[in-house]
Design a protein around this ligand. Structure first.
Ligand code: AMP
Length: 205
């Protein structure tokens, strides 16, 4: 099964990708996580990546492809945060001989995006996302942190970048007949149930 999750920042792509990974044994490929790891490295590549991410801009395609290419071949996966522009979508089409089974667009309005990101706290160990005030992770007890790019200024930039570069992918995949919409203003478990139903209807779940 090869899935792409589309949607604005904080739509819940990461949470749903983890659930899909557990349910179907997919590889969860999150370009944001790959880039955050690269950005921690004290080398020129890390510094470059860090610069773009801090501003809420997209990391340039050639840089991203260097880090991503080998991870995509011959696997069942769920993509989260990729593709994010038309060049990346076309590149993905060229890389995959059998193509993508389904693109799921998780719909969330702008106000909700802003509210969710402003409150978002993350566990550095298990990756669990919290939207309520909390100090430590319920699962592993680790101190939660706020992402560097989860600040009001960068959030606005990321929403702008989403509208300009990522939103057009909806019609790109619509034209290919593989795009389906899911309402994202629900609890993570309800959204997951909607996705499972959708996959069943499509004959791939
Ligand atoms: P995310 O964790 O998906 O919200 O991504 C965090 C940041 O990583 C984005 O604001 C971009 O700077 C960068 N990023 C993630 N995925 C991509 C991508 N597919 N192309 C370019 N930049 C990306």
């Amino acid at each position: 099964m090869r899935l792409v999750l589309l949607g604005p920042p904080a739509a819940g792509k990461g949470t749903q990708a983890e659930k899909l990974k557990k349910k179907f044994g997919l590889v969860h490929i999150a370009t944001g996580d790959i880039l955050r790891k690269a950005a921690e490295e004290k080398n020129p590549l890390g510094e470059k990546v860090r610069n773009f991410m801090e501003k809420g801009e997209l990391v340039p395609d050639p840089l991203l492809f260097t880090l991503l290419e080998n991870k995509l071949r011959g696997r069942d996966f769920v993509l989260d945060g990729f593709p994010r522009n038309l060049t990346q979508a076309e590149k993905l089409d060229r890389l995959l001989e059998d193509g993508i089974d389904l693109v799921i667009n998780i719909k969330v309005d702008e106000k909700t995006v802003f509210e969710r990101i402003s409150r978002r706290l993350i566990c550095p160990i298990c990756g669990k996302i919290y939207r309520e005030k909390k100090q430590k992770c319920d699962i592993c007890g680790t101190k939660l942190f706020r992402r560097d790019d989860d600040n009001p200024e960068t959030i606005l930039k990321r929403i702008e970048v989403y509208k300009k570069y990522t939103y057009p992918l909806i019609s790109y995949y619509e034209k290919k007949g593989i795009l389906r919409h899911i309402q994202g203003n629900k609890s993570p478990e309800q959204i997951f149930q909607d996705i499972l139903l959708l996959l069943k209807e499509e004959g791939i779940g």
